[in-house]
Design a protein around this ligand. Structure first.
Ligand code: SF4
Ligand code: SF4
Length: 79
């Protein structure tokens, strides 16, 4: 343990296509990653759809900018 506080980030009700990945653009620490919703990426390559996951949550400092940026109120952060 390095003493850094860990944050739990929950992403629900995401519509990344309509919002333009605002949380990903906003986060100063690059916590979010957009991953294809479909396992068969080749089949859906022409119309990829993505979901946002807090892949690098260990980098989060709890600033709350992503929460404010999400138009769907879909991000929650707790300790
Ligand atoms: S709270 Fe701040 S650092 Fe953490 S994921 Fe959101 S924007 Fe990034
Ligand atoms: S800001 Fe909200 S709706 Fe947009 S990609 Fe992030 S979680 Fe999804």
């Amino acid at each position: 343990m390095n003493g850094k506080r860990a944050f739990r980030i929950k992403v629900e009700d995401c519509d990344s296509e309509s919002c333009g990945f605002r949380c990903q653009e906003t986060c100063p620490h690059g916590v979010f990653l957009a991953v294809p919703r479909h396992r068969n990426r080749r089949r859906h390559a022409a119309h990829p759809r993505y979901r946002i996951v807090p892949r690098f949550r260990g980098l989060c400092d709890g600033c709350g900018e992503c929460v404010a940026a999400c138009p769907r109120g879909g991000i929650r952060i707790s300790t």
